[in-house]
Design a protein around this ligand. Structure first.
Ligand SMILES: [Ca+2]
Ligand SMILES: [Ca+2]
Ligand SMILES: [Ca+2]
Ligand SMILES: [Ca+2]
Length: 249
């Protein structure tokens, strides 16, 4: 079963390519966009983990080539796969497991403001962050937990506009939406903690949006969209909008 599709111009030819993640057996596939309306033969990308569920495409090590961060909720957790030099045929390095970091969702962003991208995952074991090493680009430190509750959804955005990315997720059992600074120097400070979702409802997806960019709420704050699937036997899901109305700092 395929669990994730992600787009990025991995070979740098100007056309968006495709990464597809299959959970079991756990594999990644790269489809090169030919630029003629279809994707070329899918080639396998080694992930080295079981139960891969989600992928983010980003230039993790800052060398100009797009890389992969992949969430996995098997015993060997998540991984990163760096691109090995800019070549005409995609060449990925051996996957590197992320220590102490499982999950079903993955996001990439610089959560501690050091200019290096970090990897965040969320899932039944909680939310974890692996900071990128300041000494060695592309190497990630053992993860630390932002929450040890079963969590759904994952999105990064600077909700309080203090210049640092915040990590947003829902603690599933209580339905509490959390936005927390991902920087360990800030002692896991919760920027926002909101009740409102029914306890126990799974979260399918979460986005941070700046709604003034689509003209609906009309202020420059970042707002959150949370999407929950329909409960069994019903055809009504939940789409929650958490609109920030805080004044400009
Ligand atoms: Ca391409
Ligand atoms: Ca790279
Ligand atoms: Ca960082
Ligand atoms: Ca912030």
């Amino acid at each position: 079963m395929f669990t994730c599709l992600a787009l990025g111009d991995l070979d740098g030819d100007g056309y968006l390519d495709l990464i597809a993640i299959r959970e079991s057996p756990s594999k990644g596939y790269y489809g090169k966009n030919t630029g003629k309306g279809f994707f070329d033969v899918f080639t396998e990308v080694s992930l080295g983990i079981s139960h891969a569920t989600d992928a983010a495409i980003c230039d993790l090590d800052g060398d100009g080539d797009l890389d992969l961060a992949v969430a996995g909720d098997g015993p060997d957790g998540s991984c990163v796969v760096l691109q090995d030099g800019h070549v005409t045929v995609l060449k990925m390095s051996e996957p590197t497991p992320l220590v102490l970091q499982g999950g079903v969702r993955v996001a990439v962003g610089d959560v501690n403001g050091d200019g290096r991208l970090d990897v965040v995952t969320s899932g039944d074991d909680g939310v974890a962050v692996a900071l990128q090493s300041v000494e060695v680009r592309g190497r990630f430190l053992p993860a630390y937990a932002l929450s040890s509750e079963a969590c759904g959804g994952l999105a990064l955005g600077d909700l309080d506009r203090d210049g640092r990315l915040d990590v947003c997720f829902v603690e599933s059992a209580t339905g509490v939406l959390v936005s927390i600074t991902g920087d360990p120097d800030f002692d896991l400070l919760r920027v926002v903690s909101l009740n409102g979702l029914p306890p126990g409802v799974p979260v399918r997806a979460m986005m941070v949006v700046q709604t003034n960019s689509v003209g609906s709420i009309g202020d420059p704050d970042f707002d959150l969209l949370v999407c929950c699937p329909s409960p069994p036997g019903t055809n009504t899901g939940i789409l929650s909008v958490w609109a920030s109305t805080s004044p400009a700092p």
